[in-house]
Design a protein around this ligand. Structure first.
Ligand SMILES: Nc1ncnc2c1ncn2[C@@H]1O[C@H](COP(=O)(O)OP(=O)(O)OP(=O)(O)O)[C@@H](O)[C@H]1O
Length: 512
């Protein structure tokens, strides 16, 4: 390269990297391409490396842009480079040299949400899916509140990427200068390629603004809820357009859907853009929906929303103080350490408050919303404020039984019973059906441990088709021998020292 060329090239990169000119320019030779991870309508996405870092590289299909489009592309890339948010896929730079146009972003490891949702092997509880929806809403809200406003224009589940912590990041925003205005049917054999997520006003070539993103988000929410492909029965663009724009067809919301979620979905895809909520409203609605998804107990939901609406995990002290206030009973600092109230608090802590994984770092025990929801299913319903503490009383009564082991899966239960005489048993939470319990018992010298379900209905317990008032009553009264199992005899309960120790130190000066 002669000195003049070198000066020109240096000036070119300096100009591109100066704040007024445009994108953080990346030289083509700084990028290496590895495997292909996705194909979109205007580019192929590769896993790659740039300056030693694993990245996603989008190689644009079209490379020969006219001067005006190229200028618009550079301007938009420049704007994109100013957007930073944890729920927006980080734009790292671009090469805007004609023939070499690529966009470099952070690599989001679990790929797109559409693929995750449609893979039945992957467990995604509704609670987690709603948290993911909220992440996406936070990302889009950030774009809508940016200056200048970014309207995403292509909100869909394949543009929501999922990271290693199941956090969602929105990608593929901006670059409207390069995107086709309207994507049409590419593949007549399936609904893919139809503008499935496109708002009616956009399909009818009317104005596109933030509320069109809200419509698309409504379809995404439906897909997150049902894990199905929206409008999968549609094949032809014209019929699809007519169905959505004229007949106002929308995907069917399943009857068992949470009411709060149904209302939100239906508001988002309202035919009138002015009646759709803003993303700010969507986020607050999702805060409530996340609680509804984690806790089915009606009072439990009220309690969590009143005390910790936007929290997913709260310190034990804050939790128990709020609960005592709700129950209108003395809290941990007010009650007598020898009282049953105090013992109730100790027992609840033992069963509900986990020590965070970062134990030893000074972080205190925490209560997780999902675990609280599950405990209510086992011991609920929760009472209205001031109507007593039957849940805490039942937890104390059960934990006082040496045979109660709480959270234990089938394998752990078998290993705890291993080596014990025939008839030995323990009772635990069912690990697969929250609200139900399991009795694990040694029924023969050599044979495997037998696990039997105790289901809970309207506060009562069904074991071997007989109705009981409590687990304690099952142990006291149930017969045996029907299915080869042996009568439960409380003296054969395998002791759980963790819970038993709670009852040995009533007079201690421990602080709960
Ligand atoms: N940063 C990234 N990290 C990991 N995977 C990515 C990343 N960006 C894109 N992908 C993958 O590549 C796929 C294609 O992305 P792209 O944004 O090009 O197309 P699309 O949004 O699916 O389609 P279209 O461009 O037609 O709207 C994504 O669905 C995703 O699976």
């Amino acid at each position: 390269m002669d000195p003049q060329q070198l000066r020109d090239q240096t000036a070119f990169y300096q100009d591109l990297n100066s704040d007024k000119s445009g994108p953080p320019e990346i030289r083509p030779e700084e990028i290496t391409f590895e495997e292909l991870i996705g194909t979109g309508s205007f580019g192929k996405v590769y896993k790659g490396r740039c300056r030693q870092k694993a990245v996603a590289v989008k190689l644009l299909h079209k490379q020969n842009y006219d001067a005006a489009t190229l200028a618009a592309f550079r301007k938009e890339v420049h704007l994109m480079s100013k957007i930073y948010h944890p729920n927006i896929c980080l734009f790292m730079g671009a090469c805007t040299i004609p023939g070499k146009c690529v966009i470099v972003t952070e690599l989001v490891p679990k790929g797109n949400l559409e693929t995750l949702l449609h893979d039945e092997k992957i467990q995604l509880p509704l609670y987690l899916r709603m948290k993911m929806a909220r992440d996406a809403a936070l990302g889009i809200n950030w774009l809508h509140e940016s200056n200048p406003v970014f309207v995403h224009r292509d909100v869909k589940s394949s543009n929501l990427l999922v990271d290693e912590n199941m956090q969602v990041k929105i990608c593929d925003f901006g670059l409207s200068a390069l995107k086709q205005k309207h994507k049409m049917l590419k593949d007549q054999s399936s609904a893919k390629g139809t503008p499935l997520y496109m708002a009616p006003e956009v399909m009818m070539f009317k104005e596109f603004n933030e509320s069109s993103d809200v419509y698309s988000f409504g379809i995404v929410l439906w897909e997150i809820l049902t894990r199905k492909e929206p409008f999968s029965h549609h094949r032809e663009l014209e019929k699809f357009r007519e169905a959505v724009c004229v007949k106002h067809e929308r995907p069917p919301v399943p009857p068992e859907c949470l009411e709060s979620l149904r209302r939100l979905i239906e508001r988002c895809w309202d035919k009138d853009p002015l009646r759709r909520p803003s993303f700010k409203e969507i986020i607050s609605a999702l805060d409530h929906i996340i609680v509804d998804a984690a806790i089915s107990d009606v009072r439990g939901r009220e309690f969590w929303k009143k005390s910790f609406l936007t929290e997913k995990e709260v310190p034990w002290d804050a939790f128990i103080d709020a609960l005592c206030e709700w129950n209108k009973v003395a809290n941990r600092t007010q009650c007598d350490k020898n009282s049953l109230e105090y013992l109730n608090i100790k027992c609840l802590k033992a069963i509900l408050a986990d020590v965070p994984k970062s134990e030893g770092t000074g972080v205190e025990n925490v209560v997780n919303i999902e675990k609280f929801g599950k405990i209510l299913e086992f011991f609920g319903p929760m009472m209205a404020p001031g109507e007593g503490t039957p849940i805490m009383d039942s937890i104390r009564e059960i934990l006082a039984q040496k045979w109660f082991h709480g959270d234990l899966d089938t394998v752990e239960a078998a290993s705890r019973l291993n080596g014990n005489p025939v008839g030995s048993f323990l009772i635990r939470f069912s690990s697969t059906n929250p609200g139900n319990f399991t009795i694990s018992q040694v029924v023969s010298e050599q044979g495997p441990v037998k696990h039997q379900r105790v289901s809970r209905q309207n506060g009562r317990f069904i074991y071997q088709n007989v109705l009981y008032n409590s687990l304690i009553e099952i142990v006291a009264k149930s017969g045996g021998g029907t299915n080869g199992d042996i009568k439960l005899d409380s003296s054969m309960g395998v002791p759980n020292y963790k819970f038993m120790s709670l009852f040995c130190n009533v007079h201690g000066n421990d602080q709960y």
